[in-house]
Design a protein around this ligand. Structure first.
Ligand SMILES: Cc1cc2nc3c(=O)[nH]c(=O)nc-3n(C[C@H](O)[C@H](O)[C@H](O)COP(=O)(O)O)c2cc1C
Length: 227
């Protein structure tokens, strides 16, 4: 493990070519989006998000970081109203499941680390690939807990990116884990080696969130150096 981690050092100093994004950027600034994002539960059920915006939102979400760049998230955008209804029945009958413009189920592939990992580094210099590719296998092989935890870490980061991007584009959102994971897995035909992390509803909110109900103090949350 230590050997694998020490391999990061030379990679940091290597300049990689950054591919151009297909996303056209405009919208609210980041700090405002962070401050104004709230979990919104009621949506304009008649609103349809244009396909180009759906694409832009998901492309932005795909900019979220993943360890070793394995990009193991898989985002199931549930468009079919019948499937939305089925999910709502196993999601505590929460209205946002059917009424939001988009419902995204954030899933991840536990085996992505071994599924042709060369593609995750194909544009990197060869010396970088030679170090990174074996390190990926060393890090995840025979470590199911790490594989599972990594799925949750990556989906958490992607979900936050998705919600902030949505806010910046003028949409509200609600993260959700109030549902039966097994049933939702069956409904979306989740492959056996994938896991669901949570769902995010996105759309035009019709009711404001109540004021923050109980924000903890800075001192309780933020520690200096150690607990
Ligand atoms: C992982 C996760 C799961 C959540 N599940 C639900 C849910 O099922 N239904 C819901 O109405 N809100 C859900 N929430 C929203 C939280 O209640 C909300 O984020 C929290 O009260 C803070 O409010 P804010 O997001 O407006 O700042 C969830 C939030 C997170 C992060």
């Amino acid at each position: 493990m230590l050997k694998a981690l020490s391999l990061f050092q030379p990679i940091r100093s290597t300049s990689l070519k950054i591919p151009e994004s297909t996303v056209t950027l405009s919208g609210m600034d980041t700090l405002t989006a962070i401050r104004e994002r709230r979990s919104i539960k009621h949506y304009d059920a008649g609103h349809r998000m244009p396909d180009a915006e759906v694409r832009k939102l998901l492309e932005l979400t795909m900019q979220a970081p993943t360890a070793f760049n394995i990009q193991h998230w898989r985002f199931v955008v549930v468009q079919n109203p019948e499937i939305r209804k089925q999910i709502r029945t196993v999601a505590w009958d929460q209205a946002q499941v059917t009424d939001a413009s988009l419902l995204v189920v954030l899933c991840a592939n536990k085996d992505a680390w071994k599924e042709d990992p060369a593609r995750y580094w194909k544009n990197a210099p060869k010396e970088v690939q030679d170090i990174l590719l074996p390190a990926i296998g060393q890090y995840y092989k025979d470590r199911p807990e790490v594989q599972q935890d990594e799925c949750m870490r990556s989906c958490g980061l992607a979900g936050a990116t998705l919600m902030l991007a949505a806010k910046a584009m003028g949409y509200d959102s609600c993260p959700m884990d109030g549902f039966d994971f097994e049933q939702v897995g069956k409904i979306i035909q989740l492959p056996e080696n994938h896991v669901i992390s949570f769902m995010v509803a996105i759309g035009k909110g019709t009711e404001k969130a109540w004021p923050k109900p109980g924000q903890l103090s800075y001192g309780e949350v933020v520690k200096t150096d150690r607990f």
